[in-house]
Design a protein around this ligand. Sequence first.
Ligand SMILES: Nc1ncnc2c1ncn2[C@@H]1O[C@H](COP(=O)(O)OP(=O)(O)OP(=O)(O)O)[C@@H](O)[C@H]1O
Length: 351
Amino acid sequence: MYHIDLQGLYKTYPGSTEAAVKNLSLAVEKGEIVTLLGPSGCGKTTTLRLIAGFERPDQGTISLGGRIVSSKSNWVPPEKRGIGMVFQDYALFPHLTVFDNVGFGYRERDKAERVREVLAIVDLQGYEKRYPHELSGGQQQRVALARALARRPIVVLLDEPFSNLDADLRTQMRVEVKDIIKEANATAVFVTHDQKDALAISDRIVVMRHGVIQQLGTPREIYQYPSNRFVATFVGQSNLMKGRIGDDGRSVVTSLGTIACNHTHNLSPGEEAYISIRPDSLELDPEGMVCGTLMQWTYTGEAIDALIEAELADGGKQEILVHIHPEESVKKGDRLRFRVLPHFVAVVRAD
Ligand SMILES: Nc1ncnc2c1ncn2[C@@H]1O[C@H](COP(=O)(O)OP(=O)(O)OP(=O)(O)O)[C@@H](O)[C@H]1O
């Protein structure tokens, strides 16, 4: 039995001709952190709102903790679903102290003890009497998380929780929030359009587009083996080449040359396929098979982000993005050669 079980969900908003969510099924284990990732309008917030009970699906079933909360014949309202929510703006009550914010709506006799317990999990002991405006952004977020966890929810839903934080704090909070959720042994569904959030925090990622799941997998699976062109370019940067599977079944013949790859999605020799080559998968090598001219470059500290106009076997040209080692010295107009490293090379389906 799954802790969260979504089956065949459809949702079309009144007045809209296109469904926001189409035939969406997703099963989440207890204690898992799953992220819904995708561009604006792909249906991730709608999915979260369906789980929370703020929206009603047109079709499909939702079970939380083994109980059906939404189906043709069942409907459990949001406040009875055992949901803890963390919103983008944290939604703390400004006139209430940290203690009262965290304990809000908690009616059990062990309230003081439980509030202290969750404040310890989020590392805010001693802050009970402060007001939200006396806290930093990161601390406010930890209060919001403590409030969501206080009632031992069946599932914690987090809607773009990092979007109000500056870049440094965001990086730190990704780690902290993940640790807190794991320590509380909570099951969580995140919504974000930021791939770094998703890669850092999730056990599994659901990549969505136009209301449809494009790929479901661990961060490593999604990054290393994107299943289609959309996922390859939405999660990380990617150079896409058209080709066909080589006779050995473990390579793709492209106009850059024959490129070995570890994963071919069970496509057969001769079948048409795209290959996704991450910018880190090309390395400067005077003997390398890929040859091109450096058109633009940017030094980022970690690498030189280089735009190369690569020469193709058929006489054509294609721009490719390469991360060159930061100690290399290169200049615009240089003719460079690269070899393709097989890790971070993947066969992807066309759509
Ligand atoms: N209340 C609503 N009424 C009508 N259409 C809506 C409503 N809410 C969302 N939509 C539409 O449903 C689709 C999915 O929206 P949704 O908010 O789920 O996407 P999202 O992936 O969360 O986007 P964002 O990252 O911008 O929040 C969009 O086309 C959106 O315009």
